[in-house]
Design a protein around this ligand. Sequence first.
Ligand SMILES: NC(=O)c1ccc[n+]([C@@H]2O[C@H](COP(=O)([O-])OP(=O)(O)OC[C@H]3O[C@@H](n4cnc5c(N)ncnc54)[C@H](OP(=O)(O)O)[C@@H]3O)[C@@H](O)[C@H]2O)c1
Length: 343
Amino acid sequence: MGGRELQGVRCQLQAFGGDASALRVEKFPSRTLAPGEVRVGMLFAPMNPADLNVIHGTYGELPELPTTIGNEGCGVVLDAGEGTGLDEGDMVMPLCGGTWTSEMVVSAEALVRLPEGIDPVQAAMLGVNPATAWLMLHGFRSLASGDWVVQNAANSGVGRAVIGFARQLGLRTLNVVRREELVEELLGLGADVVVTEELDLRAGVETLCGGKRPALALNAVGGASALNLANALADGGVHVTYGGMGRQPLKVPNGLLIFRGLEFRGFWLRRWRESAPLPEVRALYEKLAGLLRTGVFSTPVGRIYPLTEVADALAAAASGGVGGKVMLDLSCAGSVADGRIAP
Ligand SMILES: NC(=O)c1ccc[n+]([C@@H]2O[C@H](COP(=O)([O-])OP(=O)(O)OC[C@H]3O[C@@H](n4cnc5c(N)ncnc54)[C@H](OP(=O)(O)O)[C@@H]3O)[C@@H](O)[C@H]2O)c1
């Protein structure tokens, strides 16, 4: 490293394929700030399904390697130049990737200041799932108070945000989960109806939804589960696919399009982030941060690993069995020596 002081620690993805050994935790030199830039000491970042797909090389768009991985997180301002509008100690979330690192130097424009008192672990998950939930509820169909939305993977980060926002907006939710024990938990969060995925919604949806049918379906699973949602929709309803957790393709009977007039759409947050004007992006995150702070939604955390234990964190996230999000603690960088994880 040419005699420069090594200060940051980051997780670099070196090859696709899903092998944890392709994740190298290494030191890197801090650099001086250019005008308009801010140094952020990163605190936490989640391991999202999209991160796993990037590591496996199966995501919709792949970065050039090696790359510092991680799509969202939060941190605290360590050093801010004049005119950046930020002060040392401000809690911020970056609007750019490369978050699995102890330190980021970014343009102030690419940072959203978070309100005081916000939980940093929850704030680290503000960038992707809540925004996806909010935009899907607002972007496809004009929904009025009392309208129903049906979703699968209702226990996911996105699903829980959908439940919280729907409640705020006066919408009703019909939620599909794959584990019975989640039913009571999601009802406690404000879900109107929760069913397990074995239930065929075709016949019973009107009974479940007080005589109505949902106008919007949010699908993160695919396959039979996606079709179950489509069958529940009202004529002319919109079916939005935003994830493929079940790894099964969408198979749609012709009649749902011809006779029922259903519309099948897709959603990708990255497309919105790249095309929406920056003030609109910032305004949404400021709004979502306020909703997070007032408890409108939250995401359960399964386990928090120091960045140096990223391989264990990856195994836990891939197993899906830790009862909530796997998080990385980015402030614990101590056990890295000479660019390698200490034995
Ligand atoms: N398009 C976009 O812009 C966008 C943005 C955000 C998220 N997403 C996608 O949305 C999905 C959810 O993300 P997240 O971070 O909210 O998830 P998460 O909190 O990590 O939870 C994963 C969810 O998927 C469910 N699941 C896992 N495997 C499944 C399977 N084979 N069949 C049915 N359900 C399964 C889990 O059910 P259990 O609780 O029973 O384990 C859990 O509810 C992912 O596919 C993610 O890539 C897309």
